[in-house]
Design a protein around this ligand. Structure first.
Ligand SMILES: [Zn+2]
Ligand SMILES: [Zn+2]
Length: 158
């Protein structure tokens, strides 16, 4: 019997995909997991601030309705991004994420098809200041992208 074992990146990206399912934005759903020494430290999904109405319960996402291009006007959506929430959750739990890796996965909310997961400028800044070491993402074609801190700085500057 042929048995193929997932490697570590594959394992954590699969788990990040599961977390996407908790997302509350009608446009896309994202999940993030922070890992260090192959241990799960924290996770977060893209969702509204606690106690606030999310895009799903409102029945619309302002960014989606106004067809805002990717990367712009994030304040119009109710959501705190998955990367940001995973860092916040680590702080709440009192877990040190210094030097950790953030795994990120995204999917279209309606079709559940994979979406390219690329940290936005705001999240790239947060990831750098959270002293994480790198970001590993799932691409829309099922591949893997690795973002070093230098790559994140390029996102911020572009
Ligand atoms: Zn939204
Ligand atoms: Zn973001």
């Amino acid at each position: 019997m042929v048995y193929q074992r997932d490697d570590r990146d594959e394992n954590w990206l699969k788990q990040a995909r599961v977390v996407c399912g908790m997302g509350t934005c009608l446009r896309r759903r994202y999940g993030a997991i922070i890992v260090k020494d192959n241990r799960h430290l924290s996770q977060g999904y893209c969702g509204a601030a606690g106690g606030e109405e999310d895009c799903l319960s409102k029945g619309y996402c302002k960014r989606q309705d106004l067809q805002i291009p990717s990367g712009e006007r994030y304040e119009l959506c109710e959501s705190v991004h998955a990367e940001n929430n995973s860092v916040i959750n680590a702080a709440i739990l009192g877990v040190s994420i210094k030097g950790g890796t953030l795994y990120l996965c995204g999917e279209e909310s309606e079709s559940k098809e994979l979406a390219d997961a690329i940290p936005c400028k705001m999240c790239a800044r947060i990831i750098i200041n959270a002293t994480l070491e790198k970001v590993i993402t799932r691409t829309s074609t099922g591949g893997i992208n690795i973002y070093t801190l230098d790559d994140l700085r390029q996102i911020i500057r572009n």
